[in-house]
Design a protein around this ligand. Sequence first.
Ligand SMILES: [Zn+2]
Length: 392
Amino acid sequence: MNQPSNSNIRLEDNALEDNALEVSAVLSGEKLAQAQSRERLKVLSAIISLALSLVFLTLFTVTGASSTLRDALGGNALLPTLAFILVFGLLAALLEFPLEVYFGYVQGKRFGLLKQNFSGWLVDQLKGVAVGTAISSVLFLGLYTIFRSFPDLWFPLALGLIALLFGAMLFFAPKLARLNHKSSPIADPDLEGRIRNVFGKAGVRLSKVSKLEVSAKTKGMNAMLSPDGVGTEVIITDTLLEKIDPAGVEVVLAHELGHKIHRDVPVLVVMSAVQIIVVIAVAQWLFTSVGTQFGLQGAGDIATLPLLMLSFTLIGQLASLLINAYKRRMEYRADRYALQITQNKPAFEAAFRVLASENLTDPNPPRWVEIWLHDHPSIDKRLEAARMWKAA
Ligand SMILES: [Zn+2]
């Protein structure tokens, strides 16, 4: 499945980089140009979105808009607090909406990745906003109740609340994936047999294999494992099944099994929980420093929510640098695991070529972009690591 190397247009000026010649053949010509242009748009979108958040959250606090909204909604009792969370969430969503339309819908259509029409897309977006609002309402209502009623016990109580919320989110995640898409059992005994075989090698019990129907909406491909009673359910998008051959599907699932065997999800959940606790600690410091300026009334005051969000944004940026670096290592490790149990390098490479081309992923983004925004190593690097891999 190797592409002829003359299809590579990414010839580096530097003749010494001869590895680059070999590894950049994943995408070429028009496809590569599109993937790179999509990458630039993602960076632009991340920059605008970050700048917009910082400006909005700061202005909303220092202009007194936050304390005015709190008073207008009736202060800091339970229902007015919930009303504040909902109104503020709505304002923030409205602010982000033009970015979502341009970078999500318009560009998705332009690159042919999105197949939905505008109203269908909008309905899915609204469902996403509804789920996000429900989760953040529980979190913020819980946190502000703790800040107000048990200020000295905020640490253990907030930790308990976050653990509870994350547990619920992990439990409901597979159900959420089915919120926007239909799923059905795959009707392919041969493929199911192959998948069962890979699961056997990994020592993981397979419960069932489901196909998630996303092709009417998007070209994006995905595969995930989901706890299902004592076993594990495989959920594969129809787009992936259509474009990647059974040997490639085995490799993709072996990679996902690598994540499971290495317990990558629980580790990430713990890292996220630590991040939120740090955010709250920084926010507490921020509340104390700001004191009663801008009409604020201390930590238990819901009008400090924009300040809490500001510390979320700032700490989130720093934390994601660390977490993304760690995730990229997890990806290499899962790739090595996939190669080890399938022993099928050609299928691994072929699957990556298809993924890069269908998802229009820049195979070799600038290093600073990778460090800032990517939780997966670039496809060029993953293929290079796979080429260097030798059976243990
Ligand atoms: Zn992975």
